[in-house]
Design a protein around this ligand. Structure first.
Ligand SMILES: [Zn+2]
Length: 446
């Protein structure tokens, strides 16, 4: 195949082959090869067709390959005249197509791209999500879906789509979430958080060419000024912030005082007035001191009312390098929400608190994950020397903290101990459940 590429290239270099541009300022292209799929491009002339024909025949003769006429297509640009359009397909025995269709399920686009061009992806994901039952999605999958949504939101902001709308990606995830929620629940998680996220996007005043004084939010924590005025029939809502500046560069507070209360005036005076050389107005994230948006900061902003920042366990879990399912599992372990037999008895879901594997009379989480002989055997195989002394003697929460804080690299596997610990703990719990619920006692004894 490389030989064919070299032949085309040689003819291109000596000026025989006339490559074409796919866009006005794009590079000239003669051929694109991927594995045994070829896309060959040249000007529509009989002379060029004869040259291609001779190159292909020479290639087939020297390599022993044959070209499948059934699998090969010719696509002409719209301006191609009728006579050449008939002669060339006849010469090669290929059929002419009006659309190059898809390659590896991706459309080969040769027309203007519009918002509906990739709508098939949205439809496809929608159909997929209709089969998902939100109630059956694991917590780890819900977190992954939410993080995906926030990550796309972040990308939309960074890519400059800042008219308080959403980028194409954002629209897709928005529709994905709507599709999911409409299908199975009456809740609408993304549209619930969107107003809160939007409240924190404000204009940072530069030269005030863009920010509108009454409609756009530009004072942190206030929202748009329109919302603070009971009646605004006489206001020009589209006027810019710079129109409220005196010739000497200070705020014209008298104009604001007609409409706004003194506490808002105080907030305005704390903002430097627009200045012609201070750059363009730009949209910033009000939740951070730098104005930069991050998923982490957005999450904290959304949760700050209910968040207990003293809960150090959370930091450990979110910093834990491992699969999302392991993080969620560790969170449940910290909260003591895993249903051991002792916990089932406490919740009046069962009558027997003893361990199903070893018969120990009280199966709490420390027993299931660490002290049960089935778990202990595993730990003794992998435990770092310096942890052995405390490993089996401390409380469950101290045990989790001790191990998740230990970032020592394991010599044999190269893994960090905290990551390995998370994975092993998850597997021990998974195996315990498999043994308890899936395998009959007879098989277990074997
Ligand atoms: Zn046990």
């Amino acid at each position: 195949m490389e030989g064919l590429g070299h032949s085309i290239q040689a003819n291109r270099d000596n000026g025989m082959w006339k490559s074409i541009r796919l866009s006005r300022f794009g590079p000239k292209i003669s051929h694109l090869f991927f594995a045994d799929d070829l896309v060959i491009l040249c000007e529509v002339q009989m002379e060029q067709a004869r040259l291609l024909d001779s190159i292909l025949k020479q290639f087939c003769a020297s390599s022993g390959h044959r070209i499948s006429g059934r699998k090969s297509n010719i696509y002409f640009s719209k301006s191609t005249e009728g006579s050449v359009r008939n002669q060339i397909p006849q010469m090669f025995g290929f059929q002419e197509v009006l659309n190059l269709s898809t390659y590896l399920r991706v459309p080969l686009l040769h027309e203007r791209i519009t918002s509906s061009t990739l709508s098939f992806i949205v439809e496809k994901v929608k159909r997929k999500l209709q089969n998902w039952d939100a109630r059956n999605l694991s917590i780890a999958r819900r977190i992954t879906l939410a993080l995906l949504g926030l990550a796309l939101f972040l990308k939309a902001i960074r890519s400059g789509c800042m008219s308080f709308g959403l980028s194409m990606d954002g629209k897709i995830i928005f529709q994905i979430l709507l599709a999911e929620t409409n299908a199975h629940t009456n809740e609408d998680p993304f549209s619930k958080i969107w107003p809160t996220l939007r409240e924190n996007l404000i204009w940072s005043i530069g030269d005030s060419a863009a920010a509108r004084c009454w409609k756009d939010p530009w004072i942190p924590g206030i929202g748009s000024l329109i919302s603070k005025i009971p009646s605004f029939a006489n206001l020009n809502l589209d006027c810019c912030v710079k129109e409220f500046v005196n010739p000497n560069g200070s705020w014209n507070l008298d104009l604001f005082r007609v409409w706004l209360s003194e506490d808002i005036i105080c907030r305005i005076t704390s903002i430097p007035p627009p200045y012609p050389d201070s750059g363009l107005d730009r949209v910033i994230w009000a939740g951070s001191s730098s104005g930069h948006f991050s998923v982490r900061n957005a999450y904290w902003t959304l949760k700050e009312d209910t968040w207990n920042s003293k809960e150090e366990y959370w930091k450990l879990i979110w910093k834990h390098s491992g699969p999302q399912r392991v993080r969620v599992f560790l969170w449940l372990a910290f909260k003591n929400r895993l249903l051991t037999n002792a916990e089932r008895v406490r919740r009046e879901m069962g009558h027997n608190s003893s361990c199903s594997l070893c018969g120990y009379e009280f199966e709490d989480l420390a027993h299931a994950l660490r002290d049960c002989p089935a778990a202990k055997d595993v730990w003794l195989l992998v435990l770092p020397q310096h942890l052995k002394q405390r490993f089996f003697s401390i409380s469950l929460s101290d045990w989790l903290v001790l191990n998740l804080c230990c970032h020592e690299k394991m010599q044999d596997s190269g893994l960090i101990w905290s990551s390995l610990f998370g994975l092993i703990t998850w597997h021990i719990w998974k195996n315990r459940n498999l043994l308890c619920f899936r395998i009959s006692p007879g098989q277990l004894l074997k």
